[in-house]
Design a protein around this ligand. Structure first.
Ligand SMILES: [Zn+2]
Length: 102
């Protein structure tokens, strides 16, 4: 699996997401992938999801390469996709169901 393939995978998820969560940011600015330690400041995406395929309870903040292996699917209760906004990570896919006002 290469970087380009991973990037395409998650940018497709971003483009297909119909909801948005303009007010949800990740609690901290994640600086390194918690699996491979890749520096995250140059990355476009960060995935908060299962860090291991065997143990789905073990979560982490992942780069797209690690996420494609252990957490390729984004969705509420499964994994969340964040985008780098320079000083924070903005939630862009897989967030909580948006209140439709009912
Ligand atoms: Zn990684």
């Amino acid at each position: 699996m290469n970087y380009e393939e991973s990037f395409k995978h998650f940018s497709k998820i971003e483009s297909q997401e119909k909801s948005s969560w303009p007010d949800i940011r990740f609690a901290e600015y994640v600086e390194n992938c918690q699996v491979c330690s890749r520096p995250m400041f140059e990355e476009t995406y960060m995935i908060d999801g299962p860090a291991s395929k065997k143990n789905q309870l073990q979560w982490g903040c992942l780069c797209i390469i690690c996420a494609l292996k252990s957490s390729p699917k984004i969705g509420w209760g499964r994994a969340q996709l964040y985008k780098n906004a320079g000083t924070y990570w903005q939630l862009i896919a897989g967030g909580p169901p948006v209140d439709d006002g009912i």
